[in-house]
Design a protein around this ligand. Structure first.
Ligand code: ADP
Ligand code: ADP
Length: 225
């Protein structure tokens, strides 16, 4: 199980430091929450970690490996992003297989991994459906299957329940809770929903205005003098 270490990360847009000297670690197998209000810099931090953007300063390590020198596709990180990101013209199975196809994973292996990923989230029955035929909960489950299909060393969950119909949030939170129990994997969950952070993670990093202002177990963060 891999440890993520961020040291002194800075990312500016014009005058705004979206991420401002952030140092953070997620221990091997830990679920770490980054909790903060909209605009705090959480999505920018997520994009820096997965390599969709480069930091102006600072370093990101996975175990002893400096990840900046690795292309995003070769980092082996899974990302559940904030918005919906399934191809409408592809079936759920094809969507889940899409990234592996791009990386040249052989067809037989892709099929096996897609079956396992759909099975672990309990959505085998919708493998051949198109995203447009499904509700937002099923689509989110498909996106989660896609994020874990290649067994990533690190999984980033960016506002995982944020855009769901409020009635569907508890069910998806339960899917994540099950994933946490069933698989040993390092996860960073970024959210402004305190209830998600408290239900799903071991430690919280509170982020505001680009900075991590407090880190600790929920009781330390919420009951410190
Ligand atoms: P959060 O995910 O916590 O809501 P973001 O990382 O989206 O926060 O945004 C942090 C700050 O950076 C905000 O002030 C936002 O307006 C700014 N920001 C984020 N992305 C961009 C961008 N691509 N261009 C300009 N400003 C951005
Ligand atoms: P191709 O890769 O040539 O487009 P297919 O159209 O058969 O092949 O499938 C696309 C991808 O989705 C493949 O990686 C395949 O393994 C996977 N796949 C398709 N249908 C299913 C299914 N019902 N269960 C699991 N995996 C599937």
């Amino acid at each position: 199980m891999s440890r993520l270490l961020c040291e002194g990360l800075v990312k500016r847009y014009d005058r705004v430091a979206a991420v401002d000297e952030v140092s953070l670690d997620a221990r091997g197998g830990e679920w770490l929450a980054v909790l903060g209000p909209p605009g705090a810099g959480k999505s920018t931090l997520a994009r820096l970690i997965v390599g969709l953007e480069s930091p102006d300063r600072g370093e990101i390590f996975l175990d002893d490996r400096l990840v900046q020198s690795t292309r995003p596709v070769d980092r082996g990180f899974g990302l559940l992003s904030q918005g919906e990101a399934l191809w409408p013209h592809l079936s759920i199975a094809e969507n889940v297989a899409y990234g592996m196809k791009g990386r040249g994973v052989p067809r037989k292996e892709r099929r096996k991994k897609v079956e396992e990923a759909l099975g672990s989230i309990g959505i085998e029955a919708i493998a051949d459906r198109k995203p447009g035929d499904l509700d937002d909960l099923q689509r989110r489950r498909a996106e989660l299957s896609r994020a874990i299909v290649d067994d990533p060393d690190l999984l980033i969950l960016d506002e995982p329940t944020g855009l769901l119909d409020p009635r569907n949030r508890p069910a998806f939170r339960e899917d994540l809770r099950r994933l946490r129990v069933e698989s040993a994997r390092t996860v960073v969950l970024l959210t402004h929903h305190r209830d998600d952070a408290l239900a799903l993670t071991d430690r919280l990093a509170i982020m505001d205005l680009g900075k991590v202002v407090q880190v600790g177990a929920p009781v330390e963060v919420y009951e410190a003098p």
